[in-house]
Every structure is written in C-alpha cells, then in structure tokens.
Design a protein around this ligand. Structure first.
Ligand SMILES: NC(=O)c1ccc[n+]([C@@H]2O[C@H](COP(=O)([O-])OP(=O)(O)OC[C@H]3O[C@@H](n4cnc5c(N)ncnc54)[C@H](OP(=O)(O)O)[C@@H]3O)[C@@H](O)[C@H]2O)c1
Length: 338
C-alpha cells in the first residue's frame, strides 16, 4: 500500500512540476530541457546569416558575435549590414565579420556565387551554420491577397531559402558538415488567419528541410527548423517587412507586450536549438505555444478554436486593427452572436 501511495505521490508531483513549467514556458519543453551551450562552443565556428540587417537576424548576429563565432552577414542593403557589422565588432575583431550582400529573389546565378564566396570567406574554413532568416510577413485576408502578392510572398519566404540551400549543398557535402538553421514561424504549426500565404511558405520550409535532413543524414548535413510566434521586433526603429493587400508595406514597432518574445531571448533559444541540432523547435509565449501543442496532439480542437477566431481576425485586418488580440477577437465573435 505504502509503495503504491509513494509512486502516486511522485507521479502527481512530476505532473504538477511539468504543468508549472509549461505554464511558464516560452518555448517547447524539449528545447527548454536542453542546456544552453557554453559560449566557448561557438568560438571559431562560421555562421552565415541571411537576413542579418535588422530584427531577428541582427539579434542572432549579436548573440553569435558575443559568443566569439565568425560571421558572414547577408541581406540586400550593404548600408544596413555595415551598421550591424559595427555593433558586432564590439564583441569580435572586424576581420571576423564578413559582409556579403545578396538578394534572395534576384534572377541569375547570384546565389551560387554568394555560396562560393561564403564557403571561402575565412580561408576555406567553410560554413558550419547557414541561417535562413530573411522573410516578410503577411497581414491580409485570403480574398484580399492577389495572386501577384501571393507569388511575391512565396518567392521570398519559400523559393529564396530553397534556392540558397541548393546553392550551398555541394559545398556542405564536400566539407562533410553543415547545419541549416531555418527561421520559419509558428504559422507552420498553427493555422494562421490573415497569413495564409505566409503560413503556406513557412509550412513548405518545414516539409522541405525535414525531407532534406532525412536524405543527407549520412553526409553530415542537417536542418533545424525554428518556429517563432510573435516577436517584439521593430523596437530599434527598423520597421519589419509585411505584405498587406496591396503589396509590401512596413510595420512599425510591435511593442514589447507580454505575448511577444524578445529577439534577444529568441536568439538565445534558436542558437540553443542549433547547437543541439534539434529537428524542430517552437518559440512562443501562450496562447500561441498552447495552440501549437493542441494542433499537434488534438488538431480538431485547435481547428474549433481557430475557426472561432479566424473570421474576426480577417475583419480586424481589413479594418487596419491588430489581428493578434485573441481576447478582443473572441469578444467580437461573442458580441456578434449575442
Ligand atoms: N517578427 C515576428 O514577429 C516573426 C515571427 C515569426 C517568424 N518571423 C520570421 O523571422 C524572420 C525575421 O523576421 P523579422 O521580423 O526580423 O523581419 P524584418 O525585420 O523585416 O527583417 C527581414 C530581413 O530580411 C532581409 N531581406 C528581405 N528581403 C530580402 C531579400 N530579397 N534578400 C535578402 N535579404 C532580404 C532584410 O534585409 P534587407 O532589407 O537589407 O534586404 C532583413 O534583414 C522572418 O523569416 C520572419 O518570417 C518573424
């Protein structure tokens, strides 16, 4: 009798502890159970970040610079990259940060040339981590999104990273190592009203890189898919890129609400996932994190909730309001029914 009570007590304590951890979590519990790598783990590693000129990419650059990694920073704007370069140089020597401007969606063989330059950037040291961070979000309902806008979103968020990964592939295979770190989105896990094409692109990344990792498992090439929920970007005065109904617009600072994860914290978690070569990780506060688990394990329930929120979100976006305020969206639906 006593041992049974003891076992029940231990199980109850474990369940309570897991529940508390989950309620306080800002990432999936697998990622949070991994230890943060020591800073020395990154010394000398070569990290190529595409989309490094602002926002999440800049935060990743600063995190890895502080850890002593060697960096290759890419995006379209050399001017913006130079500002990030200067900030990185507070932590590492100037010659440890190489700028390699590129346009992910330009035609021609630009990405092949960029990949060749990146793998030679540090005297043939190659590239250990290739971070696919460039991207732009979408805030527009399905019926307001033209085919042209959808094509532009898919080109930047899906085709671009695929083309770059393809360009890097022979170099990674030749050096026998290389980890793709793909900054996708929780919209790849949780259906995202108002972000249909963006979600399709990020889901495409999830499928492509998972398939690639299975094909190349014996040759040292892997992929870590990182799915952030809402991040607090734009606080540095650099508005993020978002596609609205009529094409590309910029969105000013999103503010540091409790629901958003800071880019510094997201950088810490993304680098942790990359270090442990996790296949996938989720980085989000509740309720997005909770919805991720519900969609994974009880998808019908997730769809029930999201079908309640979705129409109100589409209306909010059309009216130029925030589509993120879940309580307001549920209330709107409730008051309409009432
Ligand atoms: N912010 C969020 O709440 C959030 C949430 C989940 C996932 N994410 C994902 O996180 C990533 C970064 O988001 P963010 O909010 O930091 O975005 P952001 O501030 O708009 O930055 C986008 C980055 O991509 C680069 N870029 C854009 N078009 C490019 C192109 N054609 N070729 C090369 N680089 C290009 C931009 O640099 P240039 O302008 O110099 O080219 C910039 O460095 C994106 O993939 C996004 O989908 C963001």
């Amino acid at each position: 009798m006593l041992p049974a009570l003891l076992v029940a007590g231990v199980l109850a304590a474990c369940a309570a502890w897991t529940l508390v951890r989950f309620m306080r979590a800002d990432a999936d519990l697998t990622l949070l159970s991994k230890r943060q790598p020591p800073l020395s783990a990154w010394r000398g590693k070569v990290v190529w970040i595409v989309g490094a000129s602002q926002g999440m990419g800049e935060a990743l650059a600063l995190h890895w610079a502080a850890a002593g990694a060697r960096l290759i920073l890419s995006s379209r704007s050399l001017e913006k990259l130079q500002v990030v370069h200067a900030r990185c140089c507070l932590h590492v020597a100037a010659h440890d940060v190489v700028l390699l401007p590129l346009d992910l969606v330009a035609d021609g063989d630009g990405l092949e040339r960029a990949a060749a330059a990146a793998f030679e950037a540090f005297g043939g040291a190659g590239v250990d981590y290739l971070v696919h961070n460039a991207g732009a979000s979408q805030h527009a309902a399905v019926e307001d999104t033209s085919v042209d806008v959808a094509a532009a979103l898919l080109r930047l968020n899906l085709q671009g990273p695929l083309a770059l990964a393809r360009a890097a592939l022979p170099h990674m295979v030749a050096q026998g190592r290389g980890q793709h770190v793909v900054v996708a989105s929780m919209s790849a896990v949780v259906p995202s009203p108002g972000q249909s094409v963006y979600a399709a692109a990020k889901s495409g990344l999830r499928a492509y890189f998972a398939s690639m990792a299975t094909e190349l498992a014996e040759r040292g090439v892997g992929a870590t898919l990182c799915c952030p929920g809402p991040l607090a970007t734009g606080l540095d005065g650099k508005p993020r890129m978002v596609y609205g109904a009529n094409g590309l617009v910029t969105q000013a600072a999103t503010g540091m609400s409790k629901k958003r994860v800071s880019t510094a914290r997201a950088a810490e978690l993304i680098t942790r996932a990359a270090y442990h070569c996790l296949d996938e990780c989720w980085i989000a506060n509740h309720p997005v994190l909770l919805l991720g688990y519900i969609m994974q394990y009880v998808p019908w329930l997730g769809m029930l909730v999201l079908k309640r929120v979705g129409p109100a979100r589409a209306r909010a976006l059309r009216d130029g309001k925030s589509g993120y305020d879940m309580a307001a969206l549920l209330n709107e639906k409730g008051s309409k029914q009432g």
